[in-house]
Design a binder for this molecule. Structure first.
Ligand code: BES
Ligand code: MN
Ligand code: ZN
Length: 512
């Protein structure tokens, strides 16, 4: 899809469709009022007749509206004007884009981006519009033999903004598109089934990404992992015929020597549970157990597209979790890379086993902070559903930054406590810790396990088990938490910029 920014009067736009908003009780937005005026009250008449009431999510497509240049007008209901905010805006954009996509017809001018959305600025509005539109338009049909061919498909969306906002909107559009492109990669990798998306495939995808964006890349093989003592990761991998990979990607957009932000993503390309086998219903969804890995790749892609002035390292431990003659057995004790020993009481708690070695490995980067992203616990799905990601952290400032990025992007997280009191649940009679903590507080005890490997740096953990994909009719990857992570990185980049600028001016002064 091609996106662009435009400013001008809606009645004078030559386009296949102009989209304008109507609030509840038939209150016209400014753009709708302009069309109403040019068409000699065509819209008000329809509204008076009750053809549309402005309720959120309602639409009315009009052909041959007099006095304007566009072929069609799409009226979109916005709900109550006084309450119009983030969620209503996103809903209006999704409804719009879904409707336009059904109609086809080439291009459209969307005037909804001129609306005042709560306290949000134009940059936010345009960024969200691009992200929401791309999300709605996403399809995964590469494994279908018959593709859906549309005669005159929608191929261009223009967002209308006030003239004084065009520059800001242009920059925000690029950001929105960069985020959407990263999210698209995440969704594609996640939706691809486990017979295609193996650890080796993830490594190849990382290599392609590195080539495209000039990233540094290192892929460790089983032997390398053995040398490093990554025994908990290898323990999970030993039941699978697919070789495990340990992927390290480096994006160096920041000044030399600035500490990197490290993202670690769980990359279980299929989670059968291992010997602690999962029940059959919905087991297919365990192809999504690499969504953490996919979101690291997607986020790096977005960051590279945005040329963020940061150093970012993406780390992906990836393997299948399979039962078999060589698989780990409940009760096995394994020594992790950190030297701590783990009694594996449940082979289905494998995510933490591959993450703990990755979290030890990243110490070598002297990270500014580390964020791991994992479809870690079913308990998180029970606690937060598909609305919020679970967030746990050993540093409150980092946690609030991430929560804030969630609010800003609409990809929200909710913090759970990481109190020491929960650590007792991981006691083992045979090793330093068990890999499960019993029935209670499953998301927290999983994070408590990881916390034992992250003492040397500021760390946050995102449990995305409930948010990374949707089940049922809407089955598919969501691309979350790429929006949250990219917003986090953007805000980190904004903190760097003034400092870099100050340095540059100081340099100039010296030179003078
Ligand atoms: N990948 C799963 C977590 C999961 C479950 C994600 C359902 C999405 C939906 C993870 O590896 C797992 O199996 N966790 C176990 C841990 C338990 C054995 C302590 C779980 O949550 O049941
Ligand atoms: Mn599991
Ligand atoms: Zn898993």
């Amino acid at each position: 899809m091609e996106f662009s920014i435009k400013s001008g009067t809606p009645e004078k736009q030559r386009s296949a469709c102009v989209v304008v908003g109507v609030f509840e009780s038939r209150v016209l937005s400014a753009a709708a009022a302009a069309i109403d005026k040019a068409s000699k009250s065509h819209l008000s008449k329809l509204l008076k007749n009750g053809d549309m009431d402005g309720k959120a999510g309602s639409t009315l497509l009009l052909h041959g509206v007099p006095g304007i240049l566009a072929e069609r007008v799409l009226l979109v209901g916005l709900g109550k004007e006084s309450e119009f905010a983030d969620k209503d805006f996103r809903k209006a954009i999704s409804k719009t884009v879904a409707t336009l996509n059904d109609i086809g017809g080439g291009d459209a001018l969307i005037c909804l981006t001129e609306l005042a959305v709560g306290k949000r600025d134009t940059a936010w509005v345009v960024r969200q519009a691009a992200m929401t539109a791309s999300d709605v338009l996403y399809r995964f049909d590469r494994l279908k033999s018959k593709k859906n061919e549309v005669k005159r498909p929608l191929h261009k969306l223009c967002f209308s903004v006030a003239t004084r906002d065009t520059a800001t909107a242009g920059a925000a559009l690029l950001q929105g598109q960069a985020i959407a492109t990263g999210q698209h990669l995440t969704k594609d990798l996640a939706n691809l089934p486990a017979n295609y998306c193996t650890p080796s495939y993830l490594a190849e995808s990382a290599r392609t990404l590195a080539k495209e964006h000039k990233l540094g890349i290192d892929v460790l093989e089983r032997a390398d992992m053995k040398k490093l003592g990554m025994n908990t990761l290898l323990a999970v991998a030993q039941g699978s015929a697919e070789p495990p990979k340990f992927i390290v990607l480096k994006y160096n957009g920041g000044a030399k020597g600035t500490k990197p932000i490290v993202l670690v993503g769980k990359g279980i390309t299929f989670d059968t549970g291992g010997i602690s086998l999962k029940p059959a219903p919905e087991m297919d969804e365990m192809k999504y157990d690499m969504c953490g890995a996919a979101s690291v790749l997607g986020t790096l892609k977005s960051a590279a597209l945005m040329k963020l002035p940061l150093n970012i390292i993406g780390v992906i431990p990836t393997t299948e979790n399979m039962p078999g003659g060589k698989a780990i057995k409940p009760g096995d004790v394994v020594t992790s890379m950190s030297g701590q020993t783990v009694e594996i009481l449940n082979t289905d708690a494998e995510g933490r086993l591959i993450l703990c070695d990755a979290l030890t490995y990243v110490e070598r980067f002297d990270p500014d902070c580390v964020v791991d992203i994992a479809t870690l616990t079913g308990a998180c799905v029970v606690a937060l559903g598909s609305i919020a990601c679970g967030l746990l952290a050993n540093n409150d400032a980092l946690a609030s930054e991430l929560l804030q990025s969630g609010q800003e992007s609409g990809d929200r997280a909710w913090q759970l406590p990481l109190w020491d009191d929960y650590q007792d649940q991981l006691k083992s009679n045979f090793a330093d810790m068990a890999n499960i903590g019993g029935r209670m507080a499953g998301t927290i005890t999983a994070a408590c396990f990881l916390a034992r490997y992250t003492k040397k740096y500021e760390w946050a953990h995102l449990d995305i088990a409930g948010t990374a994909w949707l089940g049922g009719d809407k089955k598919g990857a969501t691309g979350r938490p790429v929006p949250l992570l990219t917003h986090f990185l953007i805000s980190r980049a904004e903190k760097v910029k003034p400092a870099a600028k100050a340095k540059a001016t100081a340099g100039k002064k010296k030179a003078a």
